[in-house]
Design a protein around this ligand. Structure first.
Ligand code: 4NP
Length: 160
C-alpha cells in the first residue's frame, strides 16, 4: 500500500486547518489508516507560528471528542508542494495564494477542501476568527463533512 499525504491550509493555521487536521486524523485513526495517510496543516500567513490552536477551536473540537492541543501553527513551506499529494485550501483566498507560489507541476495538488462534500451549499470554510462561537461550530460541521468525503475518496482511489 503506498502512502498518501494530506496538507490542510488556511490563513493563520490556528482555527480552520488545525480543526481539519484533528478531525481527519481522528477519522484516519478510527479506520486504522494512520500508517498509510500522513496529515499536517499550515497557514499562508505567519502571524501565529508556534502557537497552539485557538482556544475556541479547541473547545468546539473537544466537545465533539476531538483533541487538538498538540498541534502548533506553521507557515506553508515551498517544500510542502513536493511532499504532499493533497493540498487542501479552506477558502478561495488561500487557494489562490497557494496557486500563485506553486510550480506548474504542483498546481494539480491544490484543491478546495469543500469540493469533498456536497452536504453544504458553501464552497469555502469561512474564517471564524473575528466572529462568535456559532462560527466555530459551523467550521467544525463543514470540516467534519468534507473530511468524511476526503477519506472515502482516498480509500477509493489509493487504497483498493
Ligand atoms: P484561520 O483563522 O485562518 O482559520 O487560522 C484566522 C486566524 C487568525 C487570523 C485570521 C484568521 N488573524 O487575522 O490573526
Amino acid at each position: 500500500m503506498s502512502k498518501v499525504s494530506v496538507l490542510f491550509v488556511c490563513l493563520g493555521n490556528i482555527c480552520r486547518s488545525p480543526t481539519a487536521h484533528a478531525v481527519f486524523r481522528k477519522m484516519v485513526q478510527d479506520n486504522g489508516l494512520q500508517d498509510v495517510i500522513d496529515i499536517d496543516s499550515a497557514g499562508t500567513a505567519a502571524y501565529h507560528v508556534g502557537k497552539h490552536p485557538d482556544t475556541r477551536s479547541m473547545e468546539t473540537a473537544r466537545n465533539r471528542g476531538i483533541e487538538m492541543l498538540d498541534l502548533r501553527a506553521r507557515k506553508v513551506d515551498f517544500g510542502d508542494f513536493y511532499v504532499y499529494d493533497y493540498i487542501l485550501a479552506m477558502d478561495e483566498e488561500n487557494y489562490h495564494n497557494l496557486l500563485d507560489i506553486a510550480l506548474p507541476e504542483h498546481k494539480d495538488k491544490i484543491q478546495m477542501f469543500l469540493d469533498y462534500t456536497s452536504e453544504f451549499e458553501e464552497s469555502e470554510v469561512p474564517d471564524p476568527y473575528y466572529g462568535g462561537a456559532q462560527g466555530f461550530e459551523h467550521v467544525f460541521d463543514l470540516v467534519d463533512s468534507a473530511s468524511q468525503g476526503l477519506l472515502d475518496h482516498i480509500k477509493k482511489t489509493h487504497l483498493v
